[in-house]
Write a protein that binds this ligand. Structure first.
Ligand code: B12
Ligand code: SF4
Length: 473
């Protein structure tokens, strides 16, 4: 292992920080790495990289040398180690979700073996929502438990960790944290740095330049399975005029043809959407770029068809909607705030406006029975046969940290955490560095996992016949 990294000298530093977005799979060593088909840039991590690299963000002085590496671009762990070593950083920042915490641990093991002694900063939802568990795997690290823009600048400025709001760490083995306030979205962006330097623009599956964007953070709803209200807090909007100014820059200066909004709920009422439409028109950007957004069925069911048609003419051609279940009883239990009737109304309105819809479904929810799942499968089939959905995805329900489900699972004594994909993870010298129990992928269903998976599989086959054909299923 050390051999290929032999020329590394960690005693001097070129970069202040290397930020690595941890890959979601263990990619093989390759001179020509291949990105996964569903690749999307890690917008949170690049916001943080931009905040560190840019003087203008947040008005805090300081400009740091930052290298950002997206492990999701198909790089192997060895390549990530090599790329990190080449920058000789003071700090290494890792962005990970719960699903990839095992891979993050493996990467750190290899960095240490290769002699990279940089201090470790953890970020992303995996660190934010369960800092105790993250620190159990990386005891020497500093964990970012809030939005990372301010944290990274204060840390690199050399402020004592104990004074930095939004961090947690183990000091003499004792867990300490200092919570932070939410950022006021609107003062924390620097689109030039974010997109030019750190890969917020990429070539998508259709070979078209695409950008990822946020027009808001947080969410005002509280669905029982979702961690966003806990991690990001109440919704904060950026002024639409500024969002559209960034769109103009991306379209005219960067040549972007498609924009993917990562907002949890982009279509958030007619007033804000009217501002979106009129700002685009003022800048002659109507239809200049295609948008993909997420929205809620209840909001869409109240949005007029004429408003939706205006959004379509402005470029919103696809809306993703969390439908989750075909059973009103289940929808009530998971506090989704929607009903079957609302879903139908929302999808009818989108179809009338010429907008394609993608549905997201879940199976294996707490107290869900086979008849409930059967109802969902029939609902999926009905929506497809009536041409109300273009496609969609079905998932196995999991209790993520910071959700009502996790609390419920703990109460029920059913937090049977399992990492069916990656664990246990071993370091390069063969030691087990992460136990399965560190990865929460909890099933809460009343019926067996095999039955639930069968429903997930059948729903996905209905929703994505082409994909499944390609995979030879
Ligand atoms: C877009 C999106 C995706 C995209 C792209 C993800 C990406 N590359 O960023 C795709 C479709 C690929 C995706 C896939 C999945 N996703 Co997703 N996704 C989102 C979504 C809607 C937006 C992400 C985002 O940009 N947020 C806004 C940014 C600003 O926030 P952020 O990423 O948390 O970053 C901030 C902090 O975390 C921190 N930070 C981030 N990185 C770093 C790094 C350092 C060094 C530091 C210090 C700080 C720091 O600072 C950032 C800025 O303030 C979120 C919901 C949400 N609201 O976050 C779900 C969400 C992250 N996804 C989720 C899930 C479950 C998944 C999947 C497992 C789905 C599945 N079943 O396959 C996969 C897992 C992918 C993986 N690699 O592990 C869950 C995660 C739940 C959890 N607790 O872990 C979320 C929270 C949705 C939810 N509400 O439940 N996802
Ligand atoms: S699922 Fe969507 S609407 Fe519900 S709380 Fe999460 S982000 Fe908000």
């Amino acid at each position: 292992m050390k051999g290929i990294f032999a020329n590394y000298d960690s005693s001097t530093h070129d970069a202040d920080i290397v930020i690595v977005n941890c890959p979601s799979a263990l990619y093989p060593d390759s001179e020509d790495p291949v990105r996964p088909l569903d690749f999307a840039p890690a917008l949170g991590a690049i916001y943080v990289a931009s905040a560190a690299a840019s003087r203008s963000i947040l008005g805090v002085p300081g400009e740091f040398r930052v290298k950002y590496i997206d492990g999701e671009c198909g790089l192997s762990l060895n390549q990530l180690v090599l790329e990190t070593m080449q920058a000789r950083p003071r700090w290494v920042g890792l962005c990970f979700t719960h699903r990839v915490v095992g891979i993050a641990a493996e990467l750190v093991g290899r960095l240490r073996l290769a002699g990279v002694n940089a201090r470790l900063l953890l970020g992303g939802v995996g660190a934010m929502l369960n800092p105790r568990r993250a620190l159990a795997n990386f005891p020497d690290a500093i964990c970012c438990i809030g939005e990372g823009e301010r944290v990274i600048r204060e840390l690199l400025d050399g402020r004592p960790v104990a004074c930095i709001a939004g961090t947690a760490n183990l000091s003499d083995g004792i867990y300490t944290e200092l919570r932070s306030e939410q950022l006021r979205i609107g003062s924390d962006e620097d689109v030039q740095v974010l997109y030019r330097k750190f890969g917020g623009v990429f070539v998508n599956q259709a070979q078209v330049p695409e950008a990822v964007m946020l027009s808001s953070r947080g969410c005002q709803w509280k669905c029982a399975f979702c961690s966003t209200p806990n991690s990001m807090g109440m919704v904060r909007y950026r002024a639409m005029e500024r969002v559209v100014a960034d769109i103009e820059h991306l379209v005219r200066e960067v040549g972007v043809q498609s924009i993917h909004f990562f907002d949890d709920v982009f279509i958030a009422g007619e007033r804000r959407m009217q501002a979106f439409v009129s700002s685009l028109r003022t800048r002659s950007l109507e239809g200049a770029v295609n948008f993909k957004v997420l929205a809620r069925a209840d909001v869409l069911s109240r949005t007029s068809v004429s408003m939706l048609a205006e959004l379509r003419s402005c470029g919103i051609h696809r809306i993703g909607i969390g439908i989750e279940s075909g059973s009103d009883e289940m929808l009530r239990k998971i506090k989704r705030g929607i009903t079957r009737a609302m879903v139908l109304e929302a999808l009818e309105r989108c179809r009338s406006a010429g907008i394609g819809t993608r549905g997201y479904f879940m199976f294996g929810m707490p107290n869900e029975t086979v008849p409930h799942m059967q109802q969902t499968l029939e609902f999926v089939a009905e929506l497809l046969s009536r041409g109300l959905l273009v496609d969609g995805y079905a998932h196995f329900a999991k209790a993520y940290p910071g959700t009502e489900w996790e609390a419920e699972a703990k109460r029920m004594g059913r937090l049977e955490a399992l990492s069916d994909r990656y664990g246990p993870v071993k370091s390069a010298d063969g030691k087990e560095i992460l136990r399965n129990s560190a990865v929460p992928r909890t099933s809460l269903c009343e019926v067996s996992k095999e039955i639930v998976l069968e429903f997930v599989y059948r729903a996905n086959r209905l929703l994505n016949p082409a994909i499944n054909e390609r995979r030879g299923r």
